[in-house]
Structure formats: structure tokens, C-alpha cells
Unconditional design. Structure first.
Length: 122
């Protein structure tokens, strides 16, 4: 069976810059801002990295709804397996320019879960 680790986490915030400053101060996380997308990447000492994302209609992110990304080497096959078990695709396989692919589904309980495949996989 393929390895499917959690590889990225998005934490919605009304003010991603302030959220990054908070977590940097409290936990010592390294923060790198992408001002074009108002996306503040975080790097903890261990475990998956992620980003503070702008909450709102434009992103679909809602405060209190953390989105985890699970690595897969085949997004289409993983979405098909999830659908066969009662999941609903929310965002179909979408390219992240020069950075791979992602998709989002809702599990049978309604939780949003994202999939990620690096550029070497499609």
C-alpha cells in the first residue's frame, strides 16, 4: 500500500500575518510570507509545515476549519477510492503551477480533506 502522510496544513485566519506572528512568538515557528496570495507559510521544528490562509469567500477557508493535505502519488485514483467510500469531490484535481497538484473532498462526515501530489506525480 502506498504511503499517505499528512504533508501540509492550512489554518484559516482573518489576518494571516497576525496569525503567523502569534505562532512564531508562541512556538518559535519560522514564517515566510507570500504577499501576492496573503499566504503565510509556517515551518515548525518537526511535523508537517503549512500556511495561514486568508479566511473568506474568495478562498473558501473558514475560521475554525483547518484543512489537512494528505500526500498521494495518484490524485485521481485516491479521489475514486474516497468517492467509493461515500466522499464527495469539492475541488477536482487542480494544478498548482510549478508545485504539483491538489484536490479537495468531503468525507462522509462532512470534513474537508485535501490531497496533494508533487510535480513528479499526476
Amino acid at each position: 500500500m502506498a504511503d499517505h502522510p499528512i504533508c501540509h496544513i492550512e489554518i484559516p485566519a482573518l489576518d494571516p500575518k497576525a496569525a503567523g506572528a502569534f505562532y512564531a512568538e508562541v512556538f518559535g515557528w519560522q514564517i515566510q510570507a507570500d504577499p501576492v496570495r496573503n499566504y503565510h507559510l509556517f515551518e515548525p521544528q518537526r511535523g508537517p509545515a503549512g500556511a495561514f490562509v486568508q479566511a473568506g469567500e474568495a478562498t473558501g477557508a473558514k475560521v475554525g476549519e483547518v484543512l489537512i493535505y494528505i500526500f498521494t502519488d495518484d490524485i485521481d485514483a485516491t479521489l475514486a477510492k474516497a468517492k467509493a467510500q461515500g466522499a464527495t469531490t469539492l475541488t477536482p484535481k487542480t494544478e498548482v503551477p510549478n508545485n504539483g497538484w491538489f484536490a479537495i473532498f468531503a468525507d462522509p462526515a462532512g470534513n474537508r480533506i485535501a490531497l496533494y501530489a508533487d510535480p513528479a506525480h499526476s
